[in-house]
Design a protein around this ligand. Sequence first.
Ligand SMILES: O=C(O)c1ccc(O)c(O)c1
Length: 301
Amino acid sequence: MVSTGNAHGTAPAMRFAFSTLGVPGMPVADVLRLATDTGYQGVELRAHPEEPVHPLIGMRERAAVRKQFADAGVEILAVAGYAQVAAARDTAGEEELAQELSELVWLAADLGAPYVRVFPGGGERPAAEADADAARRLAAVAPLAAERGVRVLLETHDSHRTGAAAARVLGPVGHRQVGALWDVLHSWLGGEEPTDTHAALAPHLGYVQVKDVASAEDRTPLPLGAGTVPLAAALATLGQDPADAHGPVPAPEGTYDQGAGGWLCWEYEKRWYPGATDLPALLAPGRAHLQRLLGDGPAAS
Ligand SMILES: O=C(O)c1ccc(O)c(O)c1
């Protein structure tokens, strides 16, 4: 294994973001204050009409949001959309999905965000059909994504929660602008070891979502480190070339994944668990926990 991580002292540090799924309805100015106060360099914007930023906002609002982020020195990591690329669709639904994907790419480009998140959403469909539809739809949006300088990332989630399942789609797409978002909760729920998830996703990896829960049964969001999600093991894989890696190394950084310099995004599911502790006070300790796991902070007590 070849490490490009900061243990070698030369690589840039990993960067930290949080998702606005953790702060439902919070105005952009407050999100930015929270990010700067707690040491997060980026924000993943939940692109849903419940939130301030979504595909229906106009050009002036987009420009204003972009300027707010730029003025605060915080990056918009991703537009987290809800398109389900592996879902069954009739002809009209197929056109709607293509439009939804295009609109997410346009929104990300207008905001200066490098990534769009999409879900699989294949439900109970036969895997071969879901995989083929997802690959075809992602390949179809890739040229627009390339033209706009955005990468569309398929999240390890629902019907494709493991790295192996996501790679069944991403391998055949074979396009640099289409990649993977590794949600460490879902690959773990899928019973996959982090080293195996990483080996499957590394050639495609955009960034990594971290979170913690008590167990597979109780998924109420917890502070990072307070639950049983194997965060240390997942983070230990980053920046490593998988032992069985083969084929071209697509990342311009020369690593299979982004390694050091890549992004970790805390996706705290407060929106779906309103009774969970509020995220803001947890953000700074959560970042410190991640830094300790990366070997980049004060030792754990
Ligand atoms: O955006 C969301 O709603 C959402 C929900 C659950 C997840 O695991 C996730 O990654 C995103």
